[in-house]
Design a protein. Sequence first.
Length: 218
Amino acid sequence: MYDKAISSAVIKRLPRYYRYLGELLENDVVRISSKELSEKMNVTASQIRQDLNNFGGFGQQGYGYNVEYLYTEIGKILGLDKKYNVIIIGAGNLGQALANYTDFERRGFYICGIFDVNPRLVGMSIRGIEIYLIDELEEFMKKTPVHIAALTIPKAKAPQVAQELVRLGVRAIWNFAPTDLNLPKDVMVENVHLAESLMRLSYNLKAVEESKGIEKSK
Ligand code: NAI
């Protein structure tokens, strides 16, 4: 446990540190200075030092950071040393794509079941992960603890299904449906909206185009 609240901006940056450190480890890099890490990650060295100081530093003056240690510690902070059972609600295009992605398991997220209303999908499996009828979820959860539910169903259905998941005891929802879920405060919702990310890209593209236009007209 850390004795002060960590800002959400720092928490947001941690997965990126984790990814870079993982790559360094794969390339057998044993230690790295905050300056070298900052050049790789394109953030300032002081930002890195400030961020990591939130968790007690990890670095040593003149030595830098021990890559494996830092990677392990950030993994612990992110809770990646634990195993999570994940279910997917909605076995359509997106649900199947998530189920087909093997890298989640490497991070400790195990997809243990997929649920859908379509009886034609029942009995099929993706990478050995079975698709069940949504009506079977309550029974399933009596036998298998579920830590995270990914919601990949049409947006009109998502709020009601999310409420049902909460009633059954799910406390973390990875929401892909483009809608707000309005759940109790103790339920964690992480919204993933690719379209919003595209809109930010569009904004930046537009800004670059506009600045070129201004340059030309000068
Ligand atoms: P899809 O139509 O291929 O699949 C939806 C699946 O949900 C179907 O198999 C359907 O039978 C099932 N379903 C419907 N109601 C259900 C319920 N009450 N309980 C359980 N299963 C139910 O749709 P697709 O393309 O996979 O998209 C799914 C959702 O993800 C949509 O809301 C879509 O807008 C969203 N989406 C979000 C993205 C993002 O960036 N967040 C990107 C792509 C899609």
